[in-house]
Design a protein around this ligand. Structure first.
Ligand SMILES: Nc1ncnc2c1ncn2[C@@H]1O[C@H](COP(=O)(O)OP(=O)(O)OP(=O)(O)O)[C@@H](O)[C@H]1O
Ligand SMILES: [Mg+2]
Length: 347
């Protein structure tokens, strides 16, 4: 997975822009607050060779919103971020950042945003501070503003004791925090985070989630993040788009996506074909329309009070149920119901 983004971000030169090109800061009067932070319409990317990575997606992200793109490996998340950050040229459709069209006004669109890519882009030979200063210069942030900003970010991100060290000597989690500091130095109006917590140990992951939640709590910045982790999406995002095979299959608040999934999930394994067993239970009115089968595992969204009678009805239907368990519904259930594939599985 780690090499994947590099391949998307640096694919054939004719197909991509160089993200590292010197940016200009967007005039504040340009893409003003009247525009959505992100507006995507019928956006499509077909890579040379014919892979339809993104198949005509539409969504808008309001200023100040935290928006999650959730989907399995290969769903098209990084390709979407690549198009929004001007590293990948869309095949068709439009994408605007604070009103600037990424294809027609790439410098302005880029100047309004920062990105933490799936793979690290900080220079391992330089110190943390040198990396942050370099990014600030490239983004046209005057030194008088960059110096206090770097001090503030180092403090917030717990980098103060690490910032003079060569990046190559930092741990993965420390480097990730530096990447986020780097992205924030230019005070972007839109921050893109492509799987910000992948590969981190649980402690650092939770620390980083707190940092992102803190950035979110502090104000105006819009955040678009991708993740495989449903708990992350539930914890951080105002709204979530579930993306599968290059299409958005659901888009709503986590609460709305979970609504209708009952207040408890009854999960059980049956002998033989799960779909046949589910069809039988549906025909007998035991399972509702939101129930689904994957392999021989049945997932039945229920109200807590109905668990006992449902199990009796399953028994009455002549099905032998094993590995019976109940748990609260999660976005995972929503995702599985919509796509029939577990998150993290190749699509
Ligand atoms: N440069 C490229 N050339 C051809 N196909 C590509 C290229 N980059 C990505 N793809 C393909 O496009 C599809 C979407 O890839 P993308 O990297 O956007 O997925 P993703 O949702 O970010 O996945 P992951 O969770 O693994 O990071 C995949 O089938 C991938 O193999
Ligand atoms: Mg990706």
């Amino acid at each position: 997975m780690t090499s994947r983004h590099r391949s998307t971000a640096t694919a054939a030169a004719a197909d991509t822009h160089d993200y590292g090109a010197r940016g200009q800061r967007a005039p504040i009067s340009g893409g003003g607050a009247q525009h959505p932070a992100v507006a995507v319409s019928q956006l499509r990317k077909t890579y040379p060779g014919g892979v339809e990575a993104v198949r005509g997606i539409d969504f808008e992200v309001a200023a100040g919103e935290v928006f999650g793109l959730l989907g399995p490996n290969g769903a098209g998340k990084s390709t979407t971020i690549g198009m929004l950050t001007t590293t990948i040229v869309p095949t068709s459709g439009t994408a605007r950042l604070v009103g600037y069209d990424v294809a027609r006004e790439p410098l302005l669109a880029r100047s309004a945003s920062s990105v933490v890519f799936q793979d690290a882009v900080v220079d391992r030979g330089l110190s943390g501070r040198a990396n942050l200063e370099l990014h600030a210069r490239m983004w046209g942030v005057p030194a008088s503003r960059a110096v206090p900003r770097i001090a503030e970010l180092s403090d917030v991100l717990g980098l103060s004791d690490l910032i003079e060290r060569r990046v190559g000597s930092l741990s993965g989690g420390e480097r990730r925090r530096l990447e986020i500091a780097r992205a924030l130095v230019s005070e972007p109006r839109v921050l893109f985070l492509d799987e910000p917590t992948v590969g981190l140990d649980p402690r650092i992951r939770h620390e980083l989630l707190d940092v992102i939640a803190g950035v979110r709590g502090r104000g105006e910045m819009t955040i678009l993040l991708t993740t495989h982790y449903l708990d992350e999406a539930q914890r951080l995002c105002d709204r979530v788009a579930i993306i599968h095979l290059g299409e958005i299959v659901a888009l709503d608040t986590p609460a709305a996506l979970l609504a209708g999934m009952g207040n408890v999930i009854l999960e059980l394994r049956v002998d033989g074909d799960g779909q046949l067993a589910l069809d039988l239970l549906k025909a007998r009115g035991v399972a509702g329309s939101l129930a689904f089968a994957i392999g021989s595992t049945l997932t039945l969204p229920l109200e807590q009070a109905a668990v006992g009678e449902t199990l009796t009805a399953i028994d009455d239907a002549g099905l032998r149920a094993g590995a019976v368990s109940t748990r609260p519904p999660s976005l995972d259930d929503v995702y599985l119901r919509l796509t029939g594939a577990p998150l993290g599985a190749p699509s």
